[in-house]
Ligand binder design. Structure first.
Ligand SMILES: [Ca+2]
Length: 176
């Protein structure tokens, strides 16, 4: 490390002694190229407490997984339609699209998913569901997942899973 620093600083030091040349601080500051960017929110570092197997995605990314278990990879994108956010899932076999949100009501979650801060996919076979009765959290129950499920979350609040169960996409609530 020390050798690298000296190498990078050398042209600057030489330049400072001789004729005027632009400062080269940038090179030194940019040195740790191999370091991965830090997560934008500390919460993202603790996702392994929520899921054993998961992959975090940017809301601009397409998630490709076989959500319905028919052997063909499907695609999910997070998008906006008529100023309402949601998820558009395209079946890999039939190319049929299923809007979740985007102006289409989805169970108790309404028709707009603009509250989502981040999303990803989990391949866990067990998940928990928050049981809410009359706006009160009364407990958790274990849910068996047969296929990869999409998680949608808001920082410090939670969210839920979109999982293909009983022949359709269902919401599994994971928030207080
Ligand atoms: Ca599929």
């Amino acid at each position: 490390m020390r050798i690298h620093l000296t190498k990078l600083l050398l042209p600057f030091l030489l330049g400072a002694c001789g004729q005027a040349s632009p400062p080269q601080h940038e090179k030194v500051e940019n040195m740790p190229e191999a370091v991965a960017p830090a997560p934008e929110n500390p919460e993202l570092k603790y996702l392994h407490y929520e899921f054993d197997n998961y992959q975090l995605f940017s809301l601009k990314d397409t998630i490709r997984e076989d959500f319905n278990g028919d052997g063909a990879a499907d695609e999910a994108v997070f998008t906006t339609r008529n100023e309402k956010a949601g998820i558009l899932i395209t079946d890999g076999k039939t190319r049929k699209t299923t809007p979740i949100g985007l102006g289409q009501p989805f169970e108790e979650m309404g028709d707009d998913f603009s509250w989502v801060d981040y999303w990803g996919v989990t391949t866990d076979s067990l998940a928990y569901e928050t049981i809410v009765e009359d706006s009160e959290v009364v407990g958790d129950s274990e849910i068996r997942l047969e296929h990869p499920a999409i998680f949608l979350r808001r920082y410090e609040v939670g969210g839920g899973l979109i999982a293909f169960r009983n022949g359709k996409f269902e919401w599994i609530h994971q928030a207080d």
